[in-house]
Ligand binder design. Sequence first.
Ligand SMILES: NC(=O)c1ccc[n+]([C@@H]2O[C@H](COP(=O)([O-])OP(=O)(O)OC[C@H]3O[C@@H](n4cnc5c(N)ncnc54)[C@H](OP(=O)(O)O)[C@@H]3O)[C@@H](O)[C@H]2O)c1
Length: 254
Amino acid sequence: MRDALGEVQSVLVLGGGSDIGKAVVTRLAAGRCRTVILAGRPEDEMEVVADAAKAAGATTVEMVHWEATDTASHSRIINEIFDTYGDIDFVYAPAGILGDQAAFDADPAFAAVAAQINYSGLMSSCIAVANRFRQQGHGTLALMSSVAGIRARKDNYVYGSTKAGLDAFAQGLGDALVGTGAGVMVIRPGFVHTKMTEGMDAAPFSTTPEEVADAIVDGLAKGTETIWVPSLLAYMFFVFRNLPRAVWRKVSDR
Ligand SMILES: NC(=O)c1ccc[n+]([C@@H]2O[C@H](COP(=O)([O-])OP(=O)(O)OC[C@H]3O[C@@H](n4cnc5c(N)ncnc54)[C@H](OP(=O)(O)O)[C@@H]3O)[C@@H](O)[C@H]2O)c1
């Protein structure tokens, strides 16, 4: 249960080794969050996040094996986590891969794996989370969409389509949870400097994991449903998503 000041006291991260997740967890633990459950792989990446959470003030930090593509295990794992640690105030789900369009073109089966990691594996996990949120009568789930999902580009349309699906899922689930005490936040960052984008040329208006974490924690306090990082992207993509396709093909060609 959030404390008297409305701050979360417990967080579960699906994709526990994520760089943005590390910034979020550190920011929360520096506040009043004392319980941090990291779910994912591999253990050594999650250990870096676990150490950061402890250093920031978390007192209970646990790591749980969770593989996004193993959808049959998700309901059991989520239920075990809630049964073991009690109420969870905030579930943050940064698991994902960017992949490479050329690699997807060369191996269509790999494109389907990306869809499992970015979309269907989060769907099976987050429906289980939503069921527990309904039972406990509170909780916020935050899902990582992307501007890539708002208007797909020809040079990363597999990734973009997984994020479009996840964004729609987050909106629909959020609407379904109205009145239960639980809610869903959807985050739409542009380019963030993390291991996912390492070695790539930064896109305009690039940002950092810390800035994304600040926006998420600020959104948690305000109950914001949709967060763009930076916020200017909301206006830009309002225009981009309404451009005729022939114009978008030229604008997005880079
Ligand atoms: N960075 C950006 O520019 C950007 C922009 C918009 C949206 N996003 C989204 O933000 C989220 C976090 O990204 P990030 O930049 O923090 O990337 P990151 O540091 O690479 O984190 C992604 C996490 O997903 C985990 N993951 C990948 N495949 C998995 C699987 N099969 N099962 C379980 N976990 C798996 C990774 O674990 P392993 O280390 O084990 O692979 C890693 O911990 C992603 O959903 C990403 O699409 C990122």
